[in-house]
Structures are given as C-alpha cells and as structure tokens.
Design a protein around this ligand. Sequence first.
Ligand SMILES: *Cc1c(COP(=O)(O)O)cnc(C)c1O
Length: 235
Amino acid sequence: MNEQLLRDNVESTRERIALAAERSGRSIDDVEVLPITKGHAPEVVLAVARQGFTAIGENRVAEAETKLAALGRLGLRWHMVGHLQRNKAAAAVAAFDVIESVDSIRLGKRLQLEAERSASGGVAILVQVNAGGEGQKSGFASTELVEAVGELRELNRVNVLGLMTMAPLTSDERVLRHTFELARRCLERCRNELAGFHGRVLSMGMSNDFEIAVEEGSTEVRLGTVLLGERPEGL
Ligand SMILES: *Cc1c(COP(=O)(O)O)cnc(C)c1O
C-alpha cells in the first residue's frame, strides 16, 4: 500500500464529507469513517491504523481471523459488516468488537448465547435494515424494524448501538436519498418508541453514495474503494 496515496485519499474523502455535512447543517465530527479493508492484504490494515483510524471493517469472519493472526488487534475496533451465518457466531464474537449485520432475531439470540459462553462481557451490534426494500438484500424490513430492535434489546449480552443499511446499487440519487432517509427515520422511531433506547449509530454510505448518506444523517460511512483503491481480489 502506497501510504502517500492513502493519505491523499483520506484527506480528499474527509473534505468531501465535510462539504456534505456542511450542506446539511451537520458537523464532520458527527461522521466517523470506517475503512473497509476486505479483499486487501493485512499490511493494508496496518497502513490504515498508521493513519490514525481507530476502527476497520471486514466482511468475512475467516479473512478477519487471518488478519488478526498476522497483526493482532492493533488497538483497532474490528467491525463485521458482511452477512453473518449463525454457525460462525462464536468466531465472530471472538474476532469482532461490533457486528453491524444483525439481520434476524435468531442470529441475535445466537450471539447472546456465544457471548454468554465466551469470556466477553457482551457483543455490540447494529441492526441491519433493508431500507431499499430489495428482495435479495439481508436485513429487517423497515416495517418490522422497531419490533425487531425491541426484541434484540431484551438480550442482555447484546448491546444495540444503532442501525446499518446498504442502499441499492444505483446512481439514482432520489432512490439513494430515499433509502437513507428511511433508515434515519427507522432509528428515530426506535428512539421514540422503545423506552430507554438511545442508540445513535447510523452506519450508511459506501464509496459511491457516502455524500448523500452524510446529507441524510449517517454517523458512520463504510469506505473501501475510495480510500484504498480497487480490491485486488475483486471481492
Ligand atoms: C465492501 C463493503 C463496503 C465498502 O464498499 P466500497 O464501495 O468499496 O466503499 C461497505 N459496506 C459493506 C457492507 C461492504 O461489504
């Protein structure tokens, strides 16, 4: 990884986030950049850590385990952003600090069980909402989201920090905006309707749509390509 190029990419991306935040009357301090290192070599995680990032995202348990074995945790928070199968829940609880892709009650219950079994005090999650309403995407429908978050909150080892969504793969700005706005409303509804729920994290926006996501209230943009270039393995 060319560290100068990475530095330049980080800087230009932060400028774009700052402008998007300004357009919507938000502060750039309210938007965290989560570099997504999937498909890149372990050294890339190291380069990202050297830039001062405090968290990274991976989308496969096995790939994260390989990197953790090579690097250790590097003082980073490791986020799982890909679909998680229940039979990988134990490994995921061990490898990750935050699991952003909780898309079923059954998975939440399995994470609770694995957190109880392991020494870890608990597991922090985001609940995935299929805000674009796409048939093939994981996540709860927006209409079932509040109830799902309510159920997941009853699991005492599972700490719901907020929501995650992936927008449809489109350049249609109206579709993207609508999707992100719906996710934000879902989080607001959770806060209004679920007593004692104060989750604030809204993980949305990727390389092709992060500025719109920031304008619509994202607190965490998950960025791979725009920071790190194309993934060598084409993942
Ligand atoms: C790969 C991935 C990203 C980053 O994608 P880019 O388009 O490279 O920024 C973000 N979120 C999830 C869930 C991903 O799988």
